[in-house]
Ligand binder design. Structure first.
Ligand SMILES: Cc1ncc(COP(=O)(O)O)c(C=O)c1O
Length: 404
């Protein structure tokens, strides 16, 4: 709620009156005193009869300074509230803080071009768009029953999907590896990704592409699944708070071993992420957002959703793909950036000791981008701050994704 308000007010100076009132959105205070944005006025109204509603009109909303006084709208319909919202011009609640303290719920009238902030995101399933709440597939889908399917996680920056071709190549390769025929070709998939982003008016977004085996019987036999489901979800993303990027993060080694490549290759980005989830749980239990996973030989593989790099004596090092890792697209990008920046690089088998005594350490992933690691298993890495080469590569990465 707070960030939604901030977003709206930061992006829009108070000139919205000219756009005209088009959409109604609500932010309702829930019984447990938390705020959440609601797409429908009726939800706020049905929350509690006799609730004090605060109405905000289009032209005063962005600065969040002018709200009409607590209209007691017990039992009124959404239509009547809307009419009141249109007329009301009282300026009473001076700030978001006092508004939240004074009201049980609020109705905001916002212009159509900001509608996506309160409207349901659209999800594409097999090329058809559904409201997020209505985007559903069968409970007989083997993606759900067995984690039988593949996926990709990517980002768009200023409306451009970063490394889309590479992600699609990996998706189709993962599908090929599990004998799953994706029912559309890559250009069609790319087009659907772009149009889903567009319809949701997202430019800096996270994109989740999922292809399931499809609906089948309760048995394992994938041949009984006739129609793979192609799902494209686009949403806002913020993985870690800014201070994590500024100060670096702490990770621990998980006792859960990375899948043996001969059992289920980590190069397949499959819907079966239990291996990673089990390790992630260990990390979270230790108070860390990420966990380091070792392969069956005890060598460093990767983290639960990121690849790992270290820097030693000016040399950038990362485990090779045969350490049993996902060949990360951000990993490959960083390797290319290192070459361009003149940073010596090698793929090298690493053990935990190498990480402990590294000068620098960082992780890469489409969601996390480039993030420094300053503590591993309670050992401070380097001087405990994000290192010089890490920062150099992180800056180069930012320039690249933003097309500079
Ligand atoms: C296990 C694992 N390793 C590494 C990565 C990083 O890959 P990429 O840079 O392609 O996002 C991911 C990202 O999803 C992952 O799940």
């Amino acid at each position: 709620m707070e960030s939604w308000l901030t977003q709206l007010s930061e992006e829009h100076p108070p000139t919205l009156a000219s756009q005209g009132p088009i959409a109604l959105g609500t932010a309702a205070r829930m019984p447990e005193q938390q705020f959440s944005v609601r797409a429908r006025v009726s939800e706020a109204l049905s929350w509690r009869r006799g609730a004090i509603l605060t109405l905000a009109s289009v032209d005063c909303f962005p600065a969040a300074t002018q709200f009409c006084r607590h209209c007691d709208l017990d039992g009124l319909t959404a239509e009547k509230n809307r009419a009141i919202a249109g007329k009301c011009s009282e300026l009473a609640v001076p700030s978001v803080t006092s508004y939240t303290a004074a009201s049980d719920a609020a109705i905001f009238v916002i212009p159509s071009h900001r509608k996506h902030l309160i409207m349901s995101l659209k999800v594409s399933i097999n090329g058809q768009l559904f409201d997020k709440e209505d985007a559903k597939i069968s409970v007989y889908d083997h993606g759900l029953l067995y984690g039988d399917g593949v996926f990709e996680g990517m980002r768009s920056y200023s409306g451009r999907v970063f490394k889309l071709d590479e992600h699609l190549d990996r998706l189709y390769e993962s599908a090929q590896a599990i004998g799953l025929r994706i029912p559309i070709d890559k250009p069609t998939m790319a087009e659907q990704v772009r149009s889903t982003l567009e319809v949701n008016q997202l430019s800096d977004a996270y994109i989740r592409l999922v292809v399931t085996r499809g609906s089948g019987s309760l048995g394992l036999d994938p041949n009984r699944c006739s129609h793979p489901q192609v799902i494209i979800i686009t949403d806002h993303i913020s993985l870690y708070p800014p201070e994590r990027y500024r100060d670096g993060m702490e990770i621990v080694t998980a006792s859960t071993m990375r899948n043996h490549a001969a059992a289920l290759s980590p190069r397949i980005k499959s819907l079966n992420y239990l291996n990673n989830i089990l390790a992630k749980m260990e990390g979270l239990r230790a108070g860390c957002d990420e966990a380091l996973m070792l392969n069956h030989k005890g060598e460093v593989a990767e983290c639960t959703g990121d690849n790992i790099f270290i820097v030693k004596h000016g040399m950038l090092l990362t485990p090779p793909t045969d350490a049993g890792i996902l060949e990360g697209i951000t990993r490959n990008t960083v390797i290319e950036l290192a070459a361009a920046e003149g940073i010596p690089f090698a793929e090298k088998t690493l053990v935990r000791h190498d990480v402990y005594v590294a000068d620098e350490c960082f992780l890469t992933g489409s969601a996390a981008e480039v993030i420094s690691v300053t503590k591993v298993d309670n050992r401070t890495i380097g001087d405990g701050k994000p290192g010089k080469i890490t920062l150099q590569l992180s800056e180069a990465f930012k320039r690249l994704v933003h097309g500079k």
